[in-house]
Design a protein around this ligand. Structure first.
Ligand code: SF4
Ligand code: ZN
Ligand code: ZN
Length: 329
């Protein structure tokens, strides 16, 4: 297997590009993909400050590394979700990455700062953990970005994530979600701009980036993810991709090029009824939000925002045990 660029020994094959790359040219390919995405979609303007949601996993750490490597000013935000050893370990990876590179990591801890954790919230609300988790993360990212004066919130969603979310939204024709499934959501309605700079990189590629750059990351799967529909959608798309390389890219970028605009105007009010996966509901500056939360000032559709209502509901509940982390398959 030879590198497409230099004919030296290749370490990775990218079937959808019909190309193999050596370490040097694979890293260059990744930088070019992210640089192109940021520039074409005007994600970050010169001099802007970005707050990146850092989970301690490969995608967010690769995003932090890539964006700073490209010269952008990026701080990280780690939210401690209280998911037992999994959260403790994820936090250690995020802190070590920031410390070793002299980067600034902002930390929020759900239990210490807001009195609850994700497993307890899931038990009290009797909904899947990803529902309370996604809601909390979105709220805390938005708040930290606005309080810190950041111009945009970035997430490490990759091509596999976006294709899987799209697949789930199309399966159920979640038209409001489809209208908001965009790599850039402009600021507005009290929300900061949301950007996804890794949409041109597949999951395998962000993992390879981390390995080649010597980045240690959380390899365990969240123990609360069991039964998560998103993982099933990913598996289905992986099978399609195996049979027909380039399918995920064609599906997702075809949607952005030719279909998303059909769902952006007059998006209907079905948001909130669907798949409770945090990835598919990026709150952003589209769609009407009537008012602000009386307690925290966040955009809200009633007196209190969804996060403050959740906090009230879970307050005082006894913490529930957390399953052990799961090794990724
Ligand atoms: Fe949160 Fe669900 Fe992701 Fe676990 S899998 S971190 S519970 S959104
Ligand atoms: Zn090469
Ligand atoms: Zn609130």
């Amino acid at each position: 297997m030879k590198c497409k660029v230099c004919r030296g020994p290749a370490v990775i094959d990218l079937a959808r590009h019909n190309a193999n790359f050596c370490p040097e040219h694979f890293l260059r390919y990744c930088r070019q993909q992210v640089e192109r995405t940021v520039a074409e979609l005007e994600m970050i303007n010169p001099g802007e400050r970005v707050l990146l949601a850092v989970s301690g996993g490969k995608d967010s750490l690769a995003a932090w590394d890539l964006l700073t490597d490209l010269g952008h000013q990026v701080d990280g935000l780690y939210v401690g979700l209280g998911i037992g050893d999994y959260s403790d370990e994820s936090g250690r990876y995020a802190r070590a990455f920031a410390r070793d590179r002299g980067l600034h990591l902002v930390e929020v801890d759900l239990r210490a700062d807001h009195g609850f954790d994700v497993p307890t919230a899931a038990a009290v609300t009797r909904r899947v953990p990803c529902s309370a988790c996604g809601l909390s993360k979105r709220h805390l990212f938005d708040r930290a970005a606005l309080e810190g004066g950041y111009d945009a919130v970035a997430t490490g969603h990759n091509l596999d994530d976006e294709a899987a979310v799209l697949y789930g939204n199309v399966l159920r024709w979640q038209t409001a979600y489809l209208g908001r499934q965009q790599p850039v959501l402009p600021a507005g309605n009290g929300f900061p701009r949301k950007i996804k700079p890794l949409i041109r990189l597949a999951e395998r590629e962000t993992a390879a980036w981390c390995v080649l750059r010597g980045i240690d990351y959380q390899v365990e799967e969240c123990p609360m993810a069991a039964g998560n529909k998103h993982l099933g959608y990913k598996e289905a798309l992986n099978e399609l991709e195996r049979r027909s390389p380039g399918s995920k890219h064609a599906f997702y970028f075809g949607f952005l090029d030719r279909a998303v605009h059909r769902f952006t105007d007059g998006a209907d009010a079905d948001a909130g009824s669907g798949d409770p996966i945090d990835l598919d509901r990026p709150a952003g500056g589209t769609g009407p939000v009537p008012g602000h939360c009386e307690r925290c000032g966040a955009p809200a559709e009633s007196e209190l925002c969804a996060f403050c209502r959740l906090t009230d509901r879970v307050a005082g509940a006894d913490p529930v045990p957390v399953p052990a982390p799961r090794r990724r398959s």
